[in-house]
Design a protein around this ligand. Structure first.
Ligand code: XUL
Ligand code: CO
Length: 442
């Protein structure tokens, strides 16, 4: 008999918006069809192994507040207990996907060979559980090339070639684990890939090396049958003062410079977007417009704080605009919504795991409902289309088709005279109230 970790919590039901049951979904109805697909297919929720199975509330000022030992003092046994507990949580919350760093699954042992062998045992066990329940799938895997002291100066951007080689070996193994578990994605989040001061840094070499590591990773993964997407997850700062993968636009420049743009898409994290002084929607739009929208790390920051708080997302406005971008991008293909989120240190009980996921999932379910309505309502899209109508005929169409030269435009402007009459109001306030109107009509 499999041990039950959360005996007091059953499968979380959908009870609708009038429910006051804290352990029920108010907006997430997995099999309901919204925008042509079930909510489950549209949202593709994933559990993050690091926060949910490992994060115990430890911060710079104190030790953990919640017990994530899963009943096992021994780290090797705990790795297996974590798998059982994760599958129970996913099952009870109707979450189909999970994401991991290699070291979230199994810790480091004395040597890389031993570490790899122990990781194999845990991934074998996960593969067994997935076979027994094929609804559970791996959204993406990654390697934790930032916590061990060997990576203090970076991994792919380390000044030491030996450290680079060690990181490459770790990534090779993490890719193998991802492929073994049928993952459709592999993430590079630039852990300590950045710098503290340029006085000791050869930035050009570090970026060339990062690209070399990514190229090797793509070549190897494709050679063992990986057909999914690689993702870069942009973040502007933390842990280093300056992270190389600052934001989507910066990463796009990097990918194109090194010819990696065919294999890589973006994994956009809400709190990373705001740390870069962008909105979440801005980062998603840049990715969508450049054909590199891939996956999402769902969370939120705190507008009064300047660091990555990784809170469970509860801001409906941001979730609605996020899902608007996702729907406009044609929905997720290999990606999904991974809750790179942790319950607050003071939310320390076992129920808080469920309550925080319910809050996040309901927020995105409501976001999806609003985004779908925003699109079917059509007022916003119509306004934008009309605002740019001058590009479909006359001089606008000639510019777009490439027919008009600079000299043609000079002639046109001289003949036309003053053009302020062609301006129309941007109507920002009206559009914001249209959005409010749609949000609160649900
Ligand atoms: C760190 C972060 C990571 C990545 C995976 O800010 O977001 O957890 O998502 O390495
Ligand atoms: Co993340």
């Amino acid at each position: 008999m499999q041990k039950e970790f959360f005996e007091n919590i059953g499968k979380i039901p959908y009870e609708g918006k009038n429910s006051t049951n804290p352990l029920a979904f108010k907006y997430y109805n997995p099999d309901e069809v919204i925008g042509g697909k079930t909510m489950k297919e549209q949202l593709k929720f994933a559990l993050s192994w690091w926060h949910t199975m490992g994060g115990d509330g430890t911060d710079m000022f104190g030790c953990g507040t919640t017990d994530k030992s899963w009943g096992e003092c021994d780290a090797t046994k705990r790795a297996f207990a974590k798998v059982d507990a994760a599958f129970e949580i996913m099952d009870k919350l109707s979450i189909d996907y999970f994401c991991f760093h290699d070291r979230d699954l199994s810790p480091e042992y004395g040597s890389l060979a031993e570490t790899n062998a122990e990781l194999d045992k845990v991934t074998d066990y996960i593969a067994e559980k997935m076979k027994a329940d094929p609804s559970k799938k791996l959204l993406w895997g990654t390697a934790k090339c930032f916590d061990h002291p060997r990576y203090m100066h970076g991994a792919g951007t380390a000044p030491s070639a030996d450290v680079f080689a060690y990181a490459a070996a770790q990534i090779k193994k993490a890719i193998e684990a991802t492929v073994k578990l049928g993952g459709n994605g592999y993430v590079f989040w630039g852990g300590r890939e950045g710098y503290e001061t340029l006085l000791n840094t050869n930035m050009g070499l570090e970026l060339d090396n990062m690209a070399r590591l990514m190229k090797m990773s793509v070549d190897y993964a494709r050679s063992i049958g990986f057909t999914g997407d690689f993702y870069i997850e942009p973040k502007p700062k933390e842990p280093t003062k300056h992270q190389y993968d600052f934001d989507t636009a910066t990463v796009l420049g990097f990918l194109r410079k090194y010819g990696l743009d065919k294999d890589f898409k973006m994994n956009i994290e809400a709190n990373h977007a705001t740390l870069a002084q962008h909105t979440f929607q801005h980062e998603l739009r840049v990715a969508r417009d450049n054909g590199v929208f891939g996956s999402i790390d769902a969370n939120q920051g705190d507008t009064l704080l300047g660091w990555d708080t990784d809170q469970f997302p509860t801001n409906i406005y941001d979730a609605a605009l996020c899902m608007y971008e996702v729907l406009k991008a044609g929905g997720f293909t290999n990606g999904g919504l991974n809750f790179d989120s942790k319950a607050r240190r003071g939310s320390f009980t076992p129920e808080d795991i469920f309550l925080s996921y319910i809050a996040g999932m309901d927020t995105f379910a409501l976001g999806l409902r609003i985004a779908d309505k925003l699109i079917s309502d059509g007022r916003i899209d119509k306004f934008v289309d009309e605002r740019y109508a001058s590009w479909s005929t006359g001089i606008g169409a000639d510019i777009i088709s490439g027919k008009a030269t600079l000299a043609d435009l000079e002639k046109y402007a001289l003949e036309k005279g003053e053009v302020t009459d062609s301006l129309t109001s941007g109507r920002q306030e009206m559009l914001e109230s249209v959005l409010n109107n749609i949000m609160f009509s649900l």
